[in-house]
Write a protein that binds this ligand. Structure first.
Ligand SMILES: Nc1ncnc2c1ncn2[C@@H]1O[C@H](COP(=O)(O)OP(=O)(O)OP(=O)(O)O)[C@@H](O)[C@H]1O
Length: 254
């Protein structure tokens, strides 16, 4: 199922000993069916809170998250989540970690899917390895495999490449674009890295002050590299709006 992800007027307040924190104040945005959409914003602007609300791990006070099928009908897609830390269980093998995500399926089907998904993320042969035996990049690919093994229609990714060194990160970008082309889930990628956003996303949503400030169209064909014509200029333009919001002429978008 291809589904659009739609967030409408989300508001969220946390009561803390230091007073109320309001990371989301009427935030609306949309990810188109099968696209990679990035959400960028300064640290603490509410990106993780947004993802947790979409994943159903947190409740918004007001507003709603809904999904639409190809003809605009309401949809209930399968959702996969990838976090910044891989969150693999250290006492389980790669295969056990992945199969856990589809534990309701019969064992032969679990085994088949696990083999298929490990091939997709190029980790065939590591089924019986433990997480401690993997590099950071490999563990993150297992985290991606675990999110994908249930064939999600919507993939939510919270800084999935954030903890990796630059070389590993760039090779994982390539891998991820290839995997996404084979299984084009509607993907929301949370990142604070503008270059990452323009390398991977079709649209980049900039949030700040609890709202969507602006959406950038990223028209370059995949796969992209740092030398894709126009990519560096767009990345600079997005960064400039971060650094000088008052000079960029941005009007908060309702
Ligand atoms: N469970 C919570 N209780 C209280 N405050 C919270 C809670 N979760 C988040 N916050 C606060 O809400 C604000 C937004 O946090 P959030 O983690 O969503 O931001 P972020 O944009 O993902 O940040 P970063 O880029 O640094 O990860 C922060 O001020 C944070 O301290």
């Amino acid at each position: 199922m291809k589904a659009a992800l739609i967030c409408e007027s989300l508001c969220k307040t946390f009561e803390t000993p230091r007073g109320a924190v309001r990371p989301l104040q009427n935030l609306s945005l949309r990810a188109e069916p099968g696209e990679i959409a990035a959400v960028v914003g300064e640290s603490g602007c509410g990106k993780t809170t947004l993802l947790r609300i979409i994943a159903g791990l947190e409740r918004a006070e007001t507003g709603r998250v809904r999904f639409e099928g190809a003809s605009g009908e309401p949809a209930s897609p399968r959702i996969g989540v990838v976090f910044q830390e891989h969150r693999l269980f250290p006492w389980m093998t790669v295969r056990e970690n992945i199969e856990l995500a589809v534990r309701r399926l019969p064992a032969p089907e679990r085994r088949r899917r696990c083999g298929e998904i490990l091939e997709l993320v190029r980790l065939s042969g590591f089924e019986e390895a433990y997480p401690r035996e993997l590099s950071g990049g490999m563990a993150q690919r297992v985290g991606l495999a675990r999110a994908l093994v249930g064939s999600p229609d919507v993939l939510l990714m919270d800084e999935p490449f954030g903890a990796l060194d630059a070389l590993t990160r760039h090779s994982l970008y390539r891998e991820f674009v290839r995997v996404h082309a084979e299984r084009p889930a509607t993907t929301l990628l949370i990142t604070h890295d503008v270059t990452e956003a323009v390398l991977l996303a079709r649209h980049v949503h900039e949030i700040g002050g609890g709202r969507l400030l602006r959406t950038f169209d990223v028209p370059f064909p995949y796969p992209r590299t740092l030398s894709t014509p126009g990519l560096g200029g767009l990345s600079d333009r997005i960064l400039a709006t971060f650094l000088q919001p008052s000079l960029s002429g941005i009007q908060p978008k309702e």
